[in-house]
Design a protein around this ligand. Sequence first.
Ligand code: DAK
Length: 276
Amino acid sequence: MDFILYEVNGAVGTITINREKALNALNSQVLDELSATLDAVDLDTVRCLILTGAGEKSFVAGADIGEMSTLTKAEAEAFGKKGNDVFRKLETFPIPVIAAVNGFALGGGCEISMSCDIRICSENAMFGQPEVGLGITPGFGGTQRLARLVSPGMAKQLIYTARNIKAPEAYRIGLVNDIIKAEVDEQGNVVKSAKEALMEAAGKMAAGIAKQAPIAVRASKKAINDGLQVDMDQAIVIEEKLFGSCFETEDQKAGMGNFLEKDKEKKLKVVPFVNR
Ligand code: DAK
């Protein structure tokens, strides 16, 4: 892989888009490598993923404008589909994915973060959908996911004006769950950069997810994602089925058993990921 790094720490996998010279812009090769990396994740051991961009300056500064600039209509559609397929793979990935957003998350960068379950960002993050300024519409699901995540009115404002927003505004409109600041000592010296603090916070959140019963976490993700696509009557049926699917698993037996035995030590133990 030229542009993707993947490392596993315990039950948490971290995928880094590593094309720092181009601010981690997404070209076809990055998209292909990201797709192959997701296919190779060992779902028996990894329970949560973190997606980030290499360096301090940029998460992902968008789809690669150089590559897109000469596309024909048919090629543009194919490029859009390539991105959409990978983003959808991320969105429907069986385990949760946390986007740790450092610096620029513009166009395709904002869009890939919105395909993740949770977004946390560093204080230097900047989000935006600048596409209309480039003569195109957002093309990797930006028009759809932004409208669902924030509100149709806010999504329209951001997309029509192509205005970039900083971390506090992204937090205010609900685009990110949290903003992580650099750590500074009493003399004002930076002891932990915003990126380091961000990755530490993402790691903690991921580890917190990874220690929960994995079947229940996966089923919860599916219930939320699938339920949001249908009306409430259908949505609660989806939930019922996924709720039912947790029963008779080792996770459910151990999880409830630990509680009923009132054994504090046991209760704190990680429920094993053996179902199955
Ligand atoms: N693509 C390619 N290269 C990029 C890039 C991008 N999106 N963003 C930055 N780079 C490259 C720069 O060209 C530069 O390369 P060199 O000149 O050093 O070779 C290097 O990264 C450093 O960038 P700057 O020198 O510009 O750095 P600055 O700090 O001055 O500025 C910036 C940072 C993020 C403000 C600036 O680079 C910038 O404005 N970048 C473009 C941001 C942007 O407009 N992003 C949205 C891209 S459009 C679709 C499919 C997908 C999409 C749409 C439709 N369909 C098929 C329908 C998605 C579209 C997009 O994402």
